[in-house]
Design a binder for this molecule. Structure first.
Ligand code: CP
Length: 331
């Protein structure tokens, strides 16, 4: 795998103009340099995370609250690790063990977290738009850890960083095929916004029932034939069927779905010979991806995605708290 170019001066404006937002609720509408700035910021944390001693004191004295109203393994743990490696005090609120279960509203929960003087709040919620709602009610930066079908911005960023580590710094000219349950996928939306903004060609592939009606507006090429969508792909990103967001029958059966839309070794051969295999997790092995593809050495970047997730979340926490910390050029 090739290494990305080092951070290039002049790629983005100086100081807070490089990322002039208090919150990270989505990647839609971000400028290319804002995304590149976060990717470049993450590189130092990729290096740190590979050292035996992984802790710095950049966010010492700050309190970060991870408020998760939906289950998570990768996102919750990596935000927790990211905050701790930066020296912050990190507190996790799991909705299942909170007063949400007693009927407390989202807004009242947000006001409660705000009254505890959190310096950043990370939120995952099952409803699209819930994170923006909370961000408008609190006084500190809010980071979206996934809201309904809307966006999962740090996933989009970590996926872009993973692609850059494997394919080099230029996104223009890269062909990325995203296949699966596009309709219900916040990962697909954030990746589409991120990768098209950076200049990649994005193809999306799904059965007709799992393709959003408004997909053409997102500057992607839609496919229902997976073999056609794979032709010439540099990156193949597989998504799971999001049963928890489905009401009713969207596919005839998992077996038929695998036959038409599952990534097997035979199917992968239709992409470029060096095509990168990605999956945000959690995977349903044997449905959208075969085990021998998910674990294919030199081609599967699935564990690299997890590694990049910690670095990206460190970069986002650092950048979004710079104003409050009085960092020169950001205060
Ligand atoms: N990719 C992702 O968001 O995984 P988790 O649901 O485990 O956080």
């Amino acid at each position: 795998m090739t290494s990305p170019e080092p951070s290039a001066a002049g790629r983005y404006p100086a100081g807070c103009a490089a990322f002039p937002h208090r919150d990270l609720t989505g990647l839609a509408g971000l400028a290319p340099w804002e995304i590149l700035f976060l990717l470049d910021e993450a590189e130092q944390w990729v290096e740190l995370n590979r050292q035996p001693h992984k802790r710095v004191d950049r966010l010492a004295g700050l309190t970060i609250i991870n408020a998760f109203f939906e289950n998570s393994t990768r996102t919750l743990l990596s935000f927790e690790i990211a905050g701790k490696r930066l020296g912050a005090d990190v507190v996790n609120m799991h909705a299942a063990q909170s007063s949400v279960k007693k009927g407390e509203t989202l807004i009242d929960t947000a006001m409660t977290l705000n009254a505890m003087h959190a310096d950043a709040i990370v939120i995952r919620h099952q409803s699209s738009g819930a994170v923006r709602l909370i961000a408008d009610k609190v006084d500190c930066p809010v980071l979206n850890a996934g809201d309904g079908q809307h966006e999962h911005p740090t996933q989009g960023l970590l996926d872009a960083l993973t692609i850059r580590h494997a394919k080099g710094p230029e996104f223009a000219g890269l062909r990325v095929t995203i296949c699966g349950d596009i309709l219900h996928s916040r990962v697909a939306r954030s990746n589409i916004h991120c990768l098209t903004t950076l200049g990649a060609e994005v193809r999306v592939c799904a059965p007709p029932a799992l393709m959003p009606a408004e997909i053409e507006a997102l500057k992607v090429k839609p496919f229902h034939d997976f073999d056609a969508a794979l032709k010439g792909a540099d990156v193949v990103m597989m998504l799971r069927l999001q049963q928890e967001r489905m009401s009713g029958q969207f596919i005839p059966s998992p077996r038929e779905y695998r036959h038409l839309y599952g990534l097997s070794l035979d199917r992968l051969a239709k992409a470029r010979p060096d095509a990168l295999v990605m999956h945000p997790g959690p995977m349903n092995r044997g449905v959208e991806i075969d085990s021998n593809v998910a674990d294919l050495a030199g081609r599967s970047a699935i564990t690299t995605q997890v590694e990049m997730g910690v670095a990206i979340r460190m970069a986002c926490l650092d950048v979004l708290t710079r104003k409050a910390r009085g960092v020169e050029g950001w205060a």
